[in-house]
Write a protein that binds this ligand. Structure first.
Ligand SMILES: Nc1ncnc2c1ncn2[C@@H]1O[C@H](COP(=O)(O)OP(=O)(O)OP(=O)(O)O)[C@@H](O)[C@H]1O
Ligand SMILES: [Mg+2]
Length: 301
């Protein structure tokens, strides 16, 4: 199984590129899942189909999935009940399971847990992850270190803290530790998959404009500092030949940013996608898939 993680700034075209990639891989006969890791899901709109809360087959070999965050938050909460009971009890906060998924940073944990289950199932040849604008890949990479620190601390405090917890409920301390170990094991499995170039690749989608290009540089640098290689940069919304003054000027500025990206990432695959002049839906998705995968000129020239 191979993971293709699609990341980038807000609105640059991550979701349509993920959907188009899914269509292409499925067309190639690969069992493919497009998995939305963005709480503001948009795959239903792009595929123009109601996806529901389980992976749904939308055409031969192609599945799409937009996990229902509230529902998954509930089962995540139950799976790690002791940790959260202890944490929330410690800070005297009352959190209902249905509100839990809305807490900052929690959706990353929940989606990571879900993704791990999907990878463990080994049902798909490709899982394409359509991520939220602030790439979740970093929390995914950092989680094992955080949970390791947590386990170590808890073990260190075991006699004092765990004894107290055990007074409240026999075996409570041990349950917390085993839940944290499970969380850590899953996080580490995801981290190992992400840093293995045979198992994963990260695609950054960007547009040839200052803010987007700068954010892409930062994202690539940070992700690669964690040992994950970005294999592909998709430069989207590139305007085509047009003689009007507006387009000529825009094209000149786009060309400079494209050049900068090419020079910065000589070793990466650079894919140029045109602006299609309207929303990418239906047939336009297939066209986009061809532009990403079939036209090698786009990747090299
Ligand atoms: N090359 C293109 N030509 C024309 N329209 C495009 C192109 N790429 C994307 N779009 C359109 O731009 C809009 C945003 O695309 P998309 O939802 O894929 O971006 P995103 O990066 O996933 O956004 P978000 O960060 O909000 O999740 C959509 O309406 C999509 O159809
Ligand atoms: Mg999106």
């Amino acid at each position: 199984m191979k993971l293709i993680y699609v990341a980038g700034k807000g609105g640059v075209g991550k979701s349509v590129c993920s959907a188009a990639s899914g269509i292409w891989k499925a067309h190639d006969g690969e069992e493919t899942l497009v998995f939305s890791m963005d709480p503001a899901h948009s795959l239903s709109d792009i595929f123009q189909i109601d996806l529901g809360s389980h992976p749904r087959e939308i055409r031969e070999h192609l599945y799409a999935y937009e996990p229902d965050l509230a529902m998954e938050a509930g089962s995540f909460f139950r799976r790690y009940r002791s940790i959260f009971t202890a944490l929330f009890g410690l800070f005297e906060v009352e959190v209902k399971p249905e509100d839990f998924g809305k807490m900052p940073g929690v959706s990353e944990l929940i989606f990571m847990d879900k993704l791990n289950d999907i990878c463990a199932d080994k049902k798909y040849d490709y899982v394409i992850i359509d991520s939220a604008p602030t790439a979740m890949v970093l929390p995914l990479l950092q989680l094992p270190t955080i949970t390791t620190g947590f386990v170590t601390k808890l073990l260190g405090m075991r006699n004092r803290w765990m004894g107290m917890l055990d007074l409240l409920q026999p075996g409570f301390g041990d349950r917390i530790l085993s839940e944290i170990r499970m969380m850590r094991m899953k996080a580490e499995a995801m981290r190992l998959a992400l840093i293995d170039p045979e198992a994963s690749s990260i695609t950054i989608v960007t547009i040839p404009e200052k803010a987007a290009v700068e954010e892409s540089h930062r994202l690539i640098e940070t992700v690669e500092a964690h040992g994950v290689t970005v294999s592909t940069v998709i430069i989207n919304h590139v305007i085509q030949d047009c003689d009007c003054r507006f387009c000529r000027e825009k094209k000149a500025s786009q060309t400079a940013y494209i050049q900068e990206l090419r020079e910065s990432y000589i070793e990466k695959k650079i894919i140029i996608l045109p602006d299609y002049g309207g929303e990418v839906l239906g047939e336009a998705l297939m066209k986009m898939a061809e532009d990403i995968y079939a036209n090698d000129i786009a990747a090299t020239g």
